[in-house]
Design a protein around this ligand. Structure first.
Ligand code: AMP
Length: 199
């Protein structure tokens, strides 16, 4: 069977994690969240973790070559052979171009890029709520889920990641979905982008 390769684009708080998990379950592919991978490296105190800890806490982007290497190593693992949904990568045109090039060398390409659109005022609300709920439940709050880091993360999204929308649209693989809809409706739209009915 052909592998399914999906990129999920969207600003912080757009619901990428939730939707990626649903697509993972539906399509039997791996959920690759670069943020989760980097946070795991920080937690495990690896040299990668030490290199990225301060950058992530500040809400800035880690260098392109470093994150591309992390992703290429991850997609080579057996559980990603049937395909993957990338959540949080690529985040710059440089990452996207290098990734396309490396995939082509493996005779592979992306099938779809799903963009979740949500405006900034709502994102700030969603993320502050996410942090408060985590705190209320006694869970760890992400080091970058605070007002200052969030401003930097949103600025990084607009400056570096938003241009990917045009880049993938030009390739004819972009599908934009209104991320303000109820969660199930967003899932439905994502599945429809693959010609499948949802629930
Ligand atoms: P996320 O969980 O996707 O919001 O990512 C958390 C943080 O990890 C980001 O704010 C960046 O510091 C870093 N990060 C994750 N993915 C990337 C990427 N593709 N390029 C650069 N930095 C990244």
């Amino acid at each position: 069977m052909r592998a399914t390769r999906i990129v999920l684009l969207g600003p912080p708080g757009a619901g990428k994690g939730t939707q990626a998990q649903r697509s993972t379950d539906r399509f039997g592919i791996a959920h690759l969240s670069t943020g989760d991978m980097l946070r795991a490296a920080i937690h495990a105190k690896t040299s990668l973790g030490r290199d990225v800890e301060a950058i992530i806490a500040a809400g800035k982007l880690v260098p392109d070559p470093l994150i591309v290497a992390v992703v290429m190593e991850r997609i080579a693992q057996p559980d990603a052979k049937a395909g993957f949904i990338l959540d949080g990568f690529p985040r710059t045109i440089g990452q996207a171009v290098t990734f396309d090039d490396l995939l082509h060398r493996q005779d592979a390409m992306l099938d779809r890029v799903i963009e979740l659109t949500v405006d900034d005022t709502i994102l700030i609300d969603r993320i502050t709520t996410r942090a408060r709920q985590a705190r209320d439940r006694g869970h760890a709050v992400r080091a970058d889920d605070n007002h200052d880091a969030l401003k930097v993360r949103l600025a990084a999204y607009h400056e570096h990641t938003a241009p990917l929308v045009d880049y993938y649209r030009a390739q004819g693989i972009l599908v934009s979905i209104d991320g303000l809809q109820p969660i199930d409706a967003v899932t439905q739209d994502i599945f429809l982008a693959f010609g499948e009915q949802a629930i």
